[in-house]
Design a binder for this molecule. Sequence first.
Ligand code: FA5
Length: 348
Amino acid sequence: MNVFEELTQIQAEFQKDLKLALDLEQLDHLKIKYIGRSGVVTTLLRSISSVKKEDRPKFGSKANQLKSEISGLIAEKIDVFKNDTDLRKAENLDVTLPGRTPVIGSLHPTTQIVQEICDIFVSLGFSVIEGPEIEFDKYNFEMLNIPKGHPARDMWSTMWIENPNHSNTNSTLLRTHTSPMQARFMEATSPPIRIVVPGKCYRYEATDSTHEWHFYQIEGLVVDKGINFANLKGTLYEFAKRIFGNDRKVRFRCDYFPFVEPGVDMSISNFKDSEGKRPIKGRDEDWIEILGAGMVHPEVLKGVGYDPDIYTGFAFGMGPERISMLRDGIDDIRHFYSNDLRFLSQFV
Ligand code: FA5
């Protein structure tokens, strides 16, 4: 084999070795093996004196070319390996570590109780509808028999929305209750009506363990011929039984809301148990009010074009957070909206 054939053989062997090199250490060995001080190419170059005189320039140039080719290819592969190692370091990838279990999310406790309550009413033949949170004075108050200057407006501490484009008769606010949907729905449809309206409400109020400044309500409205107070009580007792069970005490009392006559409120017992603990610990009261209700006022029916001599109806507005508190033993309504995972994760 002459020196040129030797160079070709070395080149082929190097290509094979390069493919098999799997890490920086092996590349280092290759460098030493081929172009190190005693490497095969270096040794061959040193033997130039034994090459025929006329072949020496060609041999010298070919051997140096091979040397720099080998050096270049090794450097390229070193770069690839280094980048790969940097990437692995950056990702902090340790394939032997156990996988992370993803945290399973769930519906917010308010959404859960709202859905549960709506499902009960759907099973009783009600439909679920929704309405706007930014409301006109007209629907939040006036069509509910609460004209401007009526003292009952003080019952709902209102957050008004400044809007220079709206006239005084068309002013806007954050709805203080879901009752405006009574007027909106009746105005747009004809009896018979059987709806529930879940939604968020806002009041300019100081907060305490049973009062938030933003909270949910679920409005209920039934209008048809021959609807009476017994229907109202029967529906709400049935609802209370399904949420709280047969044994929980329920109390009706007379109450005043300008858009119903007669009006009532309904409370659920918060009595101390045998260990002296109340379901809502933060409230030292035997009864907690969960809803207002009553027979739709004839003036409200007239206002939407219904004849109160033909149609009658009942309505109610309940607080789902308070219902959840009383049933699930939550001591403060403010937990619902404080984004504390220790509270929220109890409802997964
Ligand atoms: C009303 O808002 C009437 N619209 C209810 C109504 C509807 C009466 C239809 C007659 C006919 P009231 O302000 O009492 O009523 O609120 C009703 C329920 O909403 C309360 O019983 C309570 O459960 C809940 N609620 C009221 N204010 C708050 C508050 N600040 N934080 C949490 N829940 C509240």
